[in-house]
Ligand binder design. Sequence first.
Ligand code: GLN
Length: 195
Amino acid sequence: MNIGVLCIQGAFAEHITIFKTLGINCTELRKKSDITDLDGLVLPGGESTVQGKLLQELDMLEPLKEKIINGLPVFATCAGLILLSEELTNDKNVYFGTLPICTRRNAYGRQIDSFCKTTDFKGIGSFSATFIRAPYIEKTGNGVEILAKTDGKITAVKYRNQLGLAFHPELGNDFRIHKYFIDIINENTRNNIHY
Ligand code: GLN
């Protein structure tokens, strides 16, 4: 199994460390030519405007978008979730736009308003979720499964091959959501789907 991790900005190193601990090979995606045969893709947290701009400048946005549309399993956290969102409540930019949700950026205030909150995650159970200048999801479209709510706000969803979280599951040492993503990839592999 080979998971491509977008390594242009933000908290990518933590994801790589976790997947390596779980025995999974990661490819660091830093430029267009790094995008080859992948079984999964990670879009890490960070700053979505910077990531979106770099994706365009590096000519990586379209090739990755095509793979996502074709069904490549993608695991997006925080800024990554913003990049996937079809619509943003408080920003006119759209990046991949492949996930039919409307997301509010910086929904909890500024960096100083970051927090940890125990959140019930469907199929996993209680998870200590870290929110850093996080978004939340205000609306979901057809076919979007809600996996978690935090204080009544939607903070994790799944839509076909796309898993999106408002928080940072890579901080701390609970790897259950990463294992959940590996299960999604294994399901695809069993069905002999490649991207
Ligand atoms: N506030 C950031 C943004 O809008 C996301 C923060 C994060 O990824 N922790 O891009």
